[in-house]
Design a protein around this ligand. Sequence first.
Ligand code: LMR
Length: 508
Amino acid sequence: MTIIHQDDIVQSVQEALQFISYYHPLDFIQAVGRAWEKEQSPAARDALAQILMNSRMSAEGHRPVCQDTGMVVAFIEVGMGVRWSSELSLEEMIHEGVRRAYTDPDNTLRASMVSPPWGARRNTGDNTPAIVHTRIVPGNRIKIGLAAKGGGSENKAKFTVLNPSDNLVDWVLETVPGMGAGWCPPGMLGLGIGGSSEKAMLLAKEALMEPVNIHELLEKGPDSPLEELRLELFEKVNALGIGAQGLGGLTTVVDVKILDYPTHAASLPVALIPNCAATRHIEFTLDGSGPAEFTPPTPDDYPPVTWQASPDATRVNLDTITPEEVRNWQPGQRLLLTGHILTGRDAAHRRIQELLEKGHPLPQGVDFHNRFIYYVGPVDPVDGEVMGPAGPTTATRMDKFTEMMLGQLGLLGMIGKAERGPQAIESIRKHQATYLVAVGGAAYLVSKAIRKARVVAFEDLGMEAIYEFEVENMPVTVAVDSQGASVHQSGPAKWRITDNIESMGKTP
Ligand SMILES: O=C(O)C[C@H](O)C(=O)O
């Protein structure tokens, strides 16, 4: 009889979440290394190099690969033969492990969970609760799969019910471009096919727990219709040309994982969930003999890629910048920013909007006139740090506030990640402003450019507060210039391999 002890579960979950916050799964980071080797698009290659370098820095520094340290999702298989030595329920044990992992003083992780989800949306402070899925299976052990899923990729989850005669490949190829770059490619696509609506979503999420092994499948060739489908989607999605960070390039996905389940004769439910460049997941088994142990990778396991700012990058002083200077920037131009920026993301924008609507002044120190805003929710610093990992969040969510920020508040530019929509681009053009991108998934590397940081307003919003950062040589790229030209449109259009997409079309 196996007895599972509460402390073993709590400690294993805590240690696993700490481990995956700074160690990428090696299969994933090695796949990114292969993508870097074959990438031809300079912008995408630069982004991949930043992601690879960031990954190694995180492993060495034991600090998160991304400022979004994720929402914890647990897939648990409980053997029917186990007994428990525990006062907490299984879900409560997982929550306790999450709480301890995210508040660890040596490597504090960012708390991102808000409750209630509709209305006050208060940060719970310790990233609880986790999302827990449990299955009872034969046996005497407990298997726990944990993922720390980033919000940007989770936001792009898709679901449809196709007709049985519809072409699933067509649906995926129509859907993926519409997901933009907010999911931080390169990553993986998880597909759930069949079952019912909720089953398909679960299958897609669980598929993302599997290792990257499409290169092995490419070598051995497909043995089943699902393997054929994986290969077809892998090739065609990459032929879309979206590329790393949506800048245009050869690799958008490093693998396509699929799980399926029987379904109703009238239906073909399909769920699609992407995983970002900060893919984090791990699996361990408990057999009653103590907590799980995790083996750290060695430096040699990482692709030997380093990143340095381009010697051609333009050095920009943000404290003396003028609108004329901004108007000279070209799409794709690399910049190194030095000086002061204000930060702000979803909750801060909403609050600013409410203040303006009520005719109230903005808090002291919040003056956006001729300044740049960085869309970021950083990780709190630990001992010796100015700021924890602080990569960009998805700018698209701030599109609806852009006219207010540029037109009413005199903002000169924005820094974030992913594409801007037509409404935001029109405002940028109208006000001759600009939008710059930093690399999503290179948060620890980006944070090294922050020399000073202080909270300026809305401290109660936690990581969503407005900070002022003083940065030195922060690497960014011009994504939308003052004329409204966008690299997220021109890049993928340039790298799209139309022949591959069309000539491979198959009917089910
Ligand atoms: O919350 C964040 O910091 C980033 C988010 O995951 C996003 O990709 O937009």
